[in-house]
Design a protein around this ligand. Structure first.
Ligand code: NAD
Length: 491
């Protein structure tokens, strides 16, 4: 995969970007540069918008049942090339092959759900809202819609948007993360093989300049974003000031509560997977475990043991349990936060700083880390680390644990581990996060449920996936009709 040229897919053809070079694409396990993303420009975006706008009138007129035929073919091609795509994800992102397969599976599930659009997109109606008058609601596509996506799920997150957008009759522009452009290039090549009409889906690579051009473009009425909270806020403000509908999924700081009656072995295993899977670079990764009562000691001992035993390395290699973080800059940032944690009163029970994976001295590895005794309310307890670092906080009861979570500015996800139905129910009912797990570590909603997220983790109203996606990608048209008999010719 050495130095593949990063092209844009516009109007059904691969095009060289107008802009100059942007970020290098680096295999984070080896440190090798495998491509260079373009910087992205207003001119590239303009070409994509014009191609998408030109395709829209024809595409919206294609019956939904015909539109989804392309998605059935797309799914088939994704299945046939499943391992090939997963390998690309691993090479450019660093996660293990099993994790890359897992993310692609979650992406494909969204293609499957969008194949239900002839039912999902239906409106409703009522005869005789007044004598002889009927009222009908139709859902119609918006036009050219765009999504801007992050580095941590190069294949899955674009598929939270693309299938629904086009199934609803919109035309679509994707601006993927410039650090991981290769997965979507391969996926677009497969989409092209379906025979999808030119311009229905377009890919513009690049960074901020391309994003800004989308946010300001008068022919793009809807923007979806997934990434960090500061960028989410910026995108939400700028796009909505331009009159667009916007959904922005931001960062996270996810907590698990471990009650003394949790089953120790599975609880530890699930929380280790949640904290260290994808090297902690998941918006649903567990970042803080709040132990209650007697759980403090057994959980600290078992998670320390499990974290210390994990094998790090190249995600392509057999037996590797955790890959690198995305970049050396990210590694330095995470190591700096571990240091800050120890300065703020925590003890590094397992310290992943200065980790080296055998034979991969240029890789950006951080080892699994356990920070014990992080003071609740400290800066580290509030900051999204986005790396393989689990902080332990102790609480004397479940109310105190829930108050710690409620105070956090993020609200993406939280979980509780317990064998008490009453405690679980109280948690589920009262905890202010949009995704909740009960004895589940990464409570990732299936494609037919909304990917929720509250507080600083989400700006907007309608979430990604499922019915919310259909609502987001359509406008409602309400028709009120009167057809008096006396106005009609008699047959
Ligand atoms: P990021 O915010 O740096 O980048 C996301 C996208 O925005 C990329 O396409 C990038 O090119 C673009 N971008 C970056 N800076 C920009 C700017 N100043 N102006 C305009 N566009 C800009 O995020 P990331 O580092 O790629 O991804 C990690 C973050 O994403 C984490 O905070 C993680 O929690 C979050 N995330 C959230 C969810 C969720 O569902 N809530 C899912 C995945 C990731």
């Amino acid at each position: 995969m050495a130095n593949k040229e990063i092209l844009n897919y516009i109007g059904g053809a691969w095009q060289r970007p107008v802009s100059g070079a942007g970020l290098p694409v680096i295999n984070p396990a080896t440190g090798e540069t495998i491509a260079v993303s373009p910087e992205g420009s207003q001119a590239d975006v303009e070409a994509a918008v014009q191609a998408a706008a030109a395709a829209f009138p024809e595409w919206r007129a294609v019956p939904p049942a015909e539109r989804i035929q392309y998605l059935f073919k797309f799914k088939q091609l994704l299945e046939e090339h499943f391992d090939e795509i997963a390998r690309i994800v691993t090479v450019e992102n660093g996660k293990t092959l099993a994790e890359a397969r897992g993310e692609l599976r979650r992406g494909v599930e969204n293609v499957e759900v969008a194949c239900g659009i002839p039912i999902l997109m239906q409106g409703y109606n009522l005869e005789d809202v007044a004598r002889g008058i009927d009222e009908l609601m139709f859902r119609q596509p918006l036009g050219v819609v765009a999504a801007i996506t992050p580095f941590n799920f190069p294949a899955m997150i674009p598929l939270w948007f693309l299938p629904y957008a086009i199934a609803c009759g919109n035309t679509f522009i994707l601006k993927p993360a410039d650090r991981v452009p290769l997965s979507m290039i391969r996926i677009m090549e497969l989409l092209h093989e379906t025979g999808l009409p030119a311009g229905v889906v377009n890919l513009v690579n690049g960074g901020k300049a391309a994003v800004d051009a989308l946010l300001d473009h008068p022919q793009v009425p809807a923007i979806s974003f997934v990434g960090s909270t500061p960028v989410a806020r910026y995108i939400y403000a700028r796009a909505s000031a331009n009159g667009k509908r916007v959904q922005c999924q931001g960062g996270a700081k996810n907590h698990v509560v471990v009650l003394p009656d949790a089953e120790p072995e599975t609880t530890t295993q699930i929380i280790a997977d949640s904290a260290y899977g994808c090297a902690g670079q998941r918006c649903l990764a567990v970042s803080v475990a709040v132990t209650v009562g007697d759980a403090q000691q057994w959980f600290r001992d078992s998670i320390t043991h499990t974290a210390a035993a994990m094998k790090i390395g190249d995600g392509l290699a057999q037996g590797v349990q955790m890959g690198p973080v995305i970049s050396q800059a990210s590694r330095q940032r995470i190591e700096g936060l571990i240091t800050a944690g120890t300065q703020q009163g925590a003890k590094a029970a397992v310290d992943g700083r200065d980790a080296v994976a055998a034979g991969l001295e240029s890789g950006s590895f951080v080892g699994p880390t356990v920070l014990d005794g992080v003071p609740a309310g400290s800066e580290l307890a509030e900051t999204e680390i986005f790396g393989p670092v689990l902080s332990l906080i102790h609480a004397s009861d479940v109310d105190e644990a829930m108050a710690i979570i409620a105070k956090n500015s993020y609200g993406n996800a939280s979980s509780i581990f317990t064998s008490s139905g009453a405690a679980a129910r109280k948690f589920r009912n009262q905890i202010p996060t949009g995704n909740v797990g009960v004895n589940i570590g990464v409570a990732a909603p299936m494609a037919y449920f909304p990917f929720s997220g509250w507080k600083g983790s989400f700006l907007g109203v309608l979430h990604a996936q499922g019915r919310d996606a259909v609502e987001f990608y359509t406008d409602k048209k309400v028709v009120i009709e009167r057809w008096p008999r006396e106005w009609s010719r008699k047959f």
